[in-house]
Design a protein around this ligand. Structure first.
Ligand SMILES: [Zn+2]
Ligand SMILES: [Zn+2]
Length: 221
């Protein structure tokens, strides 16, 4: 099983606080095998990362701002234009051979696309059922329940905007450590989401170590 974090921002996002190098170092320190750098509407973070010498596998990624909310694209080399209808954006990514994750689908203040366009939940390749930045859990639970009902592959992401939170949302993936295999495994639902909340105040190292928890009720096994 690979341990991955599929939703991370760097300083290439306007609201990102850590450099690409800091994010990569944090990923290695957190014991991750692979990460996706998913900056807002730019692939610059990923492009910087792939030039650096690192043991963590970097999956090409971007978080696209569509008309109805956010969509993560993995496995493409060019970001689609932002501001397009969400369904068109998802289809465009899939046509280019990439896959989509619907992040924080029901988070009202975080641009959850499923609130305005329920169909996006159905056609996205995978659903982020756990986002570590959201402190009220009902939106995560709602995503988890619907993903289970519709048999959608479920993933977790930290949505870290600072390197110290990299790995707070993890997806365990039953795949070989290469991009093609990982994307295929996500599509096939060979994923297991796990994670913990981003703390409002900084936790001690000891409490960090002790407080890992798996999401109750595995979605896919
Ligand atoms: Zn987002
Ligand atoms: Zn994000």
């Amino acid at each position: 099983m690979l341990s991955t974090d599929l939703h991370i921002h760097t300083s290439c996002s306007k609201d990102g606080e850590s450099s690409v190098q800091q994010v990569l170092s944090a990923a290695i320190a957190a014991g991750l095998d692979a990460i996706a750098i998913t900056d807002h509407d730019t692939m610059q973070g990923y492009k910087i990362a792939r030039e650096l010498d690192t043991s963590v596998l970097v999956i090409p990624g971007v978080e696209i701002s569509t008309r109805e909310g956010h969509v993560i694209a993995l496995g493409i080399e060019t970001a689609p234009n932002h501001g397009q209808p969400v369904l068109d954006t998802i289809k465009m990514v899939q046509d280019k051979g990439g896959i989509t994750i619907l992040p924080h689908p029901f988070h009202r203040y975080r641009h959850g696309a499923a609130l305005k366009c329920p169909e996006s939940f159905r056609i996205s390749d995978a659903i982020e059922v756990y986002n570590s930045r959201y402190v009220i859990p009902h939106a995560n639970q709602r995503a988890m329940r619907l993903a289970k009902k519709l048999d959608k592959p479920a993933v977790a992401g930290s949505d870290a905007h600072n390197a110290r939170f990299v790995g707070y949302g993890r997806t365990l993936i039953d795949a070989e450590k290469n991009i093609e295999d990982i994307l295929q495994a996500i599509k096939e639902g060979k994923t297991q989401p796990a994670g913990r909340k981003t703390p409002i105040r900084t936790y001690t190292k000891q409490s960090l170590r002790n407080s890992w928890r798996k999401i109750r009720g595995r979605i896919h096994q």
